[in-house]
Design a protein around this ligand. Structure first.
Ligand SMILES: C=C(O[C@@H]1C=C(C(=O)O)C=C[C@H]1O)C(=O)O
Length: 394
């Protein structure tokens, strides 16, 4: 399907300039395919869970008719079906290439207080409780997360934090979105660097890249090679991964022709973690099904929730004391042709004035060890903690 928006020439900017132009309130998204910065609000897209892709498509058509130069829907959806959502058609969209490696970003200074929610030993107790439910056959997998609430002495500089996330890993999906809600004392920004592509659609090609089954990355390369081999050989991690790959393949199978699902996972590395990874591809059967429609159908995958999904969601509500908000939801963009990219909002934080709430979770399956899951969440926190200059704090 050809789209009028795609026929228009797009201004090309330097990736570094786009990043430097980010201000809180803007929407920033960069990945291995390029970067985009969106400003202003032409339309707010409001619709309940399951109907957002339809509402986004309607808003895009209306924006195109109204003469918006590059109609795009951008934004984020929270974890729970009834969670907050922030989807808009921005007034102005600028695009650039992939951020350069070795970009420089200034440090964030200041003193912080850090409150774990819950305390680490309480989290380990929740993992033990989840293992009992798994033993009793109530669940096969549940992803349990914990939160760190950080308070700085002064308002957190979100542009500097974003620039440090990009510099640390230009290949990641790095994002910042305004997620302010009524009652917030100050503007609230969701910011992060996710390794996990929920789904993308470019033309007819659909790609998803679920991750699950993880080990922390260390400085020693020989030890890293040992960890990669251990991950590939681990029956527990492969079972944890298989739940996610199977659900994603199952859902996309309902929308795609020529679905290709590799039989064996590979290992994907980030600056802080190693993950089992499966890249699933297909061709969209109905071009009216947008990237956002695919994302809504897939969310929440067992990478962030569990199996069976309802029981896992209830277990998360029972065992996690903090509401996840936008953590483990999705963020991305969709255009008039239905193309788009949506990633899982992990390795992320919500920043509001002097406060940063960050979450990390780990999949619990039969054979999981509470101490190892706790250590995994600590390692996952490092993406944001390093960017904040707080490595070692978890
Ligand atoms: C839940 C998170 O990560 C997810 C869970 C993983 C796991 O349990 O091994 C791995 C990657 C992500 O899909 C997180 O980073 O907070």
């Amino acid at each position: 399907m050809s789209s009028p928006a795609l026929a228009r020439p797009r201004p090309v900017h330097r990736a570094a300039d786009l990043l430097a132009a980010y201000l809180p309130g803007s929407f920033y998204f960069s990945s291995g395919r390029g970067s985009l910065l969106a400003d202003g609000v032409h339309t707010t897209v409001q619709a309940p869970h399951g109907q957002r892709a339809r509402a986004a498509a309607d808003a895009l058509i209306a924006a195109d008719l109204a003469g918006v130069e590059e109609p795009l829907v951008v934004g984020a959806l929270g974890f729970r079906p009834d969670a907050e959502a922030s989807l808009v058609v921005p007034a102005v969209v600028r695009r650039a290439g992939v951020p350069e490696r070795g970009g420089r970003a200034s440090a964030l200074d200041g003193s912080w207080s850090i409150t774990p929610k819950p305390e680490p030993e309480v989290y380990a107790g929740s993992v033990r409780r989840a293992l009992e439910l798994i033993d009793a056959d109530e669940l096969s997998k549940v992803v349990l997360a914990r939160c760190l609430e950080l308070t700085a002495g002064a308002p957190v500089e979100v542009p500097a934090l974003l620039a440090r996330l990009v510099a640390a890993d230009p290949a990641a999906h790095v994002f910042a979105a305004d997620v302010s809600a009524p009652g917030d004392p100050a503007p609230r920004t969701l910011v992060g660097a996710s390794p996990e592509l929920l789904v993308s659609r470019h033309g007819s090609t659909v790609v998803a890249n679920p991750l699950a089954g993880s080990l922390p990355r260390v400085a020693d390369e020989a030890e890293n090679r040992r960890r990669i081999d251990a991950l590939l050989a681990s029956a527990k991690d492969r079972a944890e991964h298989a739940h996610v790959a199977a659900q994603v393949a199952d859902v996309l199978g309902g929308f795609c022709r020529d679905l290709v699902v590799p039989e064996e996972p590979t290992v994907l590395g980030t600056p802080t973690m190693w993950h089992l990874s499966t890249r699933i591809t297909g061709q969209i059967a109905d071009p009216a099904v947008s990237a956002l429609a695919l994302a809504e159908a897939l969310h929440p995958t067992p990478a962030v929730c569990g199996v069976p999904v309802e029981r896992a969601r209830d277990t998360i509500a029972e065992l996690e004391p903090e509401d996840r908000g936008y953590y483990s939801g999705l963020i991305g963009w969709t255009d008039l042709s239905g193309d788009g990219e949506w990633v899982v909002t992990i390795r992320s934080a919500e920043v509001c004035d002097r406060t940063v709430r960050l979450f990390a979770g780990a999949g619990v399956v039969a054979g999981s060890d509470p101490a190892a899951e706790l250590a995994e969440t600590s390692a996952k926190f490092r993406t944001l903690l390093r960017a904040l200059g707080l490595e070692g704090a978890a």
